[in-house]
Structure formats: structure tokens, C-alpha cells
Ligand binder design. Structure first.
Ligand code: AMP
Length: 432
């Protein structure tokens, strides 16, 4: 038997799928994503699923975990190095520059969604193919855009009913003030490294800021006493961070500050933030994002400031299921056609077609003539009413309907009109 690749998932309809991998849940999230994007006037951008490897190496940073350990990189037939996208921002920046979008509008507000690929060790909430929804607000250097992005996710999660969430913010400063901080870290960790994990030792050499993200128990005492980045910030960066805090307070969005929040991507400047959830295990970050004022310049464009964030749909669903606040989009049929009379098959097909033409969700049985069997299938389908086609009532010009919730029968005459008209009127009059 062929098996799916480790860390990937099949997303199946509710009666076949399990946990978060149920397509109706995904549709519900996607529906809310379109709503929130509309509310905030963000427009969709779709970039290719694979890019030249360079796009990600330059964008995400050659010392980041993603680039050093997690990319799905391969050579194509022309021996060019290609990579399946591990995240969205680097590709969007590539597209922004390539399409000269900067010349077309001062502020661009984009949203995107789709599969991302990272060769991580799979566990609950961490997959090799996962699905992100993200936004990028490109062109604005004011903290109000950071607030716009954070609040968009805050409203989205609130509208979905999530309660146990926490916004964590930090500033990683601009390039100059970060350099000062990195020097301080070098001095601080120098004589403590012996007592730290292997990854910390590696990061000390390659990407010292990422040491702050270590989760190993034995390193925590040292990490908790680390000098605060905020103290090293330039006045400009401090003012910017205060602007973000003031903006959040103005909107009444609660937050906590964590000086250890540095995120896994190297391109962040100034604001870094996450929204975390207590109920979903070790992978508790649902949303992650921040400002990236240097990325467009570094990627070959002009100096354009930007801020963005993304969440993983799988992880968001884990949180929503943990709180029991998600129900699938209701796309169950209204009518289920039960055929009582084999000779009426063509009429039934025509009625079914016409109902669908009218926009009334309808389905039918598997063709068996056994009424009990058909009704069982009708129940399973989640339909509201079974429509009996054929039988004595039909001959006497009326259609029998069975309410599949209450089991009540209802006979409606079509003597003065036709079956489609009475079924259409009944659909319109019924509380859905
Ligand atoms: P990042 O792109 O690393 O900033 O991650 C943003 C969000 O994407 C995270 O908060 C998760 O919700 C999600 N995410 C990142 N990596 C994975 C993964 N391997 N599996 C599932 N979700 C992920």
C-alpha cells in the first residue's frame, strides 16, 4: 500500500476525517480569512509554490534554522537549485520587487495562503507540509501598521471564538542597536557556554540571538537572566516600540512583553510578536510575525519598510478544537431525493438538476429501491428533508417530505403548479 509522506496529511470530509484534518473545518477558517481580509482591505497575492533557492536563502537568512536545516531543495532538469517555499514573505518580497509594485501604490496590503514545506521533525502541531495564512503590509514605517497587522489577527481569532490566547511582543531593534546587543550577548554567554546545550553552543557561533529561543530545561536559568534587549535599543527603536505598546493599549488589546521573543527568521527588525495558546502542547505559537524594514532592500529592491505575520491553519484548528469553539461550515444538502418508483428515475434526475439550478443544495440515494436503505443514507448525509418521488401520493399530485430532524411527514400538493415550484417555495419558507 502506498503511504503519504511523513509529516503530511490528508484532509478529508467530516465523516471520514479526524481531529483537525477535516475539510469542513478548513472551509470555515478560509471563510473567516476572506471576511477579515475584506474588513481590513487586504487583497490576495498568489506566488508560486517553488522559487529559486536564492530567494529564500537571501530572504530568510543563511544562518536561520529554516535555511540551514529545513528546506526542501532540489535540482531541476537544468540543474538549477529550486526550493519548495518554507514561508510566504520572501516570495512576496520577490514578487513586490519584480512587479515594481512600489511604483504603483504607496502602501500595499496583501494576504496569502497555502501550503508551506519544512523538513522538521513531525509532532503535534508541527508538520512537513503545513498551511499558512499570512498578511504583509508593505510601505509604511509607522507603528500604526504594526498595530493594523496585530489587530487583524486578534480580531480574526476572536471572531473564531478563541479565548485562551496571549499576545507576546518584543523589539529586536534596528540593525545598529541589535549589533550593540549582540556584543553584550557574546560577553554574557562567553563563560556560561560549558553548561549549555549543543544547539546553544552552535548558535553562539552562528546566530547568537537565536540562543534566546532555546527550550532546553538546563539552559533556562542562564537564559532567564540574559540582559534585556530593550536596554540596548537606540532611542528611535525605543520610541517605535512605545508606539506599538501605546497603539495596542488604545485598542484595548492586552499584551505581555517577552525580551526573549526573537522568532526564527533573520529578517525581523523592531517589532516581533506572537500569539500563543496554552492548550495545544509544545508547539504553542499560533501566529508569528513582525516588522522587516531591511528585507526589500536586501533582496534587491529599494528601501521599503514593511510588517507582516502568518499563522498555521493546523495549529489554529488545534487551539479551536481544544476550546471546543469550532463547528464546520454548514454545506449539508437541504433535500435528499428518495426514489420510490424506478420508472421515475429520469423525472427524479431532472428535479435534482432543477433544484441545483435554483441554488438549493440537494443530493440523492445510491440508486437502491429499498426505502429504508435510502432513508438511512439520507440521515447520514445530514440533509434536512427527504423528498419521496413516486408512490401513491405522487400519482395523486402531491409530494411527501420527511423532516429528517423530527421525523415528521409533510404532504404538499402540486396540483395547481409543479413539483419544482412547491419544493422551491418550501425551501425558501423553511428556517435553515
Ligand atoms: P513562522 O513562519 O516560522 O514565523 O511561523 C508562523 C506560524 O506558522 C507558526 O506560528 C505556526 O502556526 C505555523 N507553522 C510554522 N511552522 C510550522 C510547522 N512545521 N507545522 C505547522 N505549523 C507551522
Amino acid at each position: 500500500m502506498q503511504k503519504k509522506i511523513k509529516g503530511t496529511n490528508d484532509i478529508l470530509p467530516g465523516f471520514l476525517g479526524e481531529g483537525v484534518f477535516v475539510s469542513e473545518f478548513w472551509q470555515k477558517i478560509e471563510e473567516e480569512i476572506l471576511n477579515i481580509a475584506g474588513l481590513y482591505s487586504y487583497r490576495e497575492i498568489r506566488t508560486p509554490i517553488f522559487e529559486n533557492t536564492e530567494v529564500f536563502v537571501k530572504g530568510i537568512g543563511d544562518t536561520s534554522d529554516i535555511v540551514t536545516k529545513e528546506m526542501y531543495t532540489f535540482s531541476d532538469r537544468g540543474d538549477r537549485s529550486m526550493t519548495l517555499r518554507p514561508e510566504g514573505t520572501a516570495s512576496i518580497v520577490r514578487s513586490y520587487i519584480e512587479n515594481s509594485i512600489m511604483k504603483k501604490e504607496p502602501i500595499s496590503r496583501f494576504f496569502y495562503g497555502g501550503p508551506m514545506f519544512r523538513a522538521e521533525r513531525p509532532q503535534k502541531g508541527r508538520y512537513r507540509q503545513f498551511h499558512q495564512f499570512g498578511v504583509e503590509c508593505i510601505g509604511g514605517d509607522s507603528a500604526k501598521y504594526d498595530i493594523e497587522v496585530i489587530s487583524l489577527f486578534w480580531i480574526l481569532l476572536s471572531r473564531l471564538g478563541l479565548k485562551d490566547m496571549e499576545l507576546v511582543i518584543n523589539s529586536v531593534g534596528n540593525t545598529q542597536s541589535r549589533a550593540v546587543y549582540l556584543d553584550k550577548l557574546k560577553i554574557y554567554f562567553k563563560d556560561k557556554l560549558d553548561g549549555m546545550c549543543k544547539e546553544c553552543k552552535d548558535r553562539y557561533e552562528k546566530n547568537i540571538l537565536r540562543m534566546l529561543d532555546c527550550k532546553v530545561d538546563g539552559c533556562q536559568d542562564i537564559l532567564n537572566a540574559v540582559p534585556s534587549i530593550i536596554d540596548s535599543l537606540s532611542q528611535e527603536s525605543k520610541d517605535f516600540f512605545n508606539g506599538v505598546k501605546d497603539g495596542l493599549e488604545n485598542l484595548g488589546i492586552p499584551y505581555i512583553i517577552s525580551n526573549r521573543l526573537v522568532r526564527g527568521l533573520d529578517y525581523y527588525t523592531e517589532t516581533a510578536f506572537e500569539i500563543i495558546h496554552g492548550g495545544i502542547g509544545a508547539q504553542s505559537t499560533i501566529v508569528g510575525g513582525g516588522r522587516y524594514n531591511d528585507l526589500i532592500l536586501q533582496s534587491g529592491g529599494n528601501s521599503v519598510p514593511a510588517v507582516g505575520a502568518a499563522f498555521g491553519i493546523e495549529r489554529l484548528l488545534l487551539a479551536l478544537l481544544d476550546e471546543g469553539v469550532i463547528s464546520p461550515v454548514d454545506n449539508e444538502p437541504f433535500y435528499f431525493i428518495v426514489l420510490l418508483d424506478k420508472e421515475m428515475e429520469a423525472d427524479a434526475q431532472k428535479i435534482l438538476y432543477d433544484l441545483r439550478l435554483e441554488g438549493i443544495p440537494s443530493t440523492e440515494s445510491d440508486g437502491s429501491r429499498n426505502m429504508a436503505k435510502q432513508l438511512k443514507l439520507a440521515d447520514k448525509s445530514g440533509a434536512r428533508f427527504a423528498v419521496f418521488i413516486g408512490g401513491d401520493e405522487w400519482t395523486a399530485s402531491s409530494v411527501m417530505l420527511k423532516d429528517l430532524k423530527t421525523s415528521k411527514q409533510n404532504e404538499i400538493s402540486f396540483k395547481d403548479s409543479d413539483p419544482l415550484s412547491v419544493l422551491t417555495s418550501f425551501f425558501k419558507e423553511t428556517d435553515k
